[in-house]
Write a protein that binds this ligand. Sequence first.
Ligand code: 1CP
Length: 351
Amino acid sequence: MDRENSPSALPSKPLLRTLHGEAQWPPPMWLMRQAGRYLPEFRAMRAKADFLTRCMTPDIATELTLQPIRRYDMDGAILFSDILILPWAMGQSLEFVEGKGPVLGAIRDRAALDRLDPGRVAEATAPVRETLSRLRRELPPQTTLLGFAGSPFTVACYMVEGSGSREFAITRQMALTEPALFDALMDKLTEATAEMLIGQVEAGAEAVMLFDSWAGLLPPSQFRRYVIAPTRRIVERLREAYPTLKIIGFPRLAGIMAAEYARETCVDALACDTSVDMTQMARMVPDDLTLQGNLDPLILQAGGEGMIREAQAIRDAMRGRPHIFNLGHGVVPQTPPEHVAALVQAVRDVS
Ligand code: 1CP
């Protein structure tokens, strides 16, 4: 365990301090998908290697993580990787197809589930840990390094469906009609996710984020079973290994269930999606819970005075409580890079 995770000293990095429950002014900021196609230097690297190779080559993944830090001096650097690296590392076939997104060999029965081998994950993800160690050496001293994973439900959606989807109907049907099979998949994923994240922290991640992008598809009873319960288990396992590790949870489009999620999973920070009124959410959660979010990525794409007003309104509404400024979902590829520069300036301008 390093100093930033030790219980005695409050860390000096602004984003980590906020995760420890201390309000900063102006708030620290980073953006989901801050490394991405909207940056010309990212598109240049894209020509050189396919997506999986970019994730699994420490030179490239380090460079892609650093690009938005160099340009915008973000307070957080998120590892360049993907939530689908875990199923791939367990042996599921994965390809990122241009114009279509991820394509996986769908898991629909016990035999396919049994072929997934969590024992392969540590070795298969060694390059990711190498990337994290390099980043810890190369990042500016005030920048916090974030590791991440998908939450089990969201990762299961892709594993069962075999691709992206609007409804993930096959996955949700499996949960309802073959609960033993779906539970076995969720249990396997929950343990493997915790193990992988412990490895990321060992390698240098200073905080971690759990992305549950499709949590909002579930009715409350299943939300408790497939979102809250596995997240809580992962938080427990991480805290056994690293008692003061800070964990951000993102139950996207969970609506009012997000408050219960924050309380029951014991995450340190709740990342709010675009639909959340942050002022209302602040009233529903403890004062020392960090809130992260939540400018609409399309407002960032549009830019201009309207963007500056919206961003400063979110920032000002959260003043006095621990808040990490971010978007409500990822930067879209059509975003002009100068809009991101204007956003950073607007959030940091407290004159
Ligand atoms: O070069 C390319 O065009 C590949 C596009 C790309 C990128 C840049 C994919 C494919 N993944 C990523 C990186 C990524 N993905 C990061 C790290 C970088 C950063 O944030 O700056 C992270 C945290 C993710 C997480 C991720 N992947 C999520 C959760 C967050 C969210 O966006 O909701 C999800 C759902 C994925 C799956 C995925 N990977 C890639 C795509 C296009 C998708 C979405 C597929 C779909 O459902 O349509």
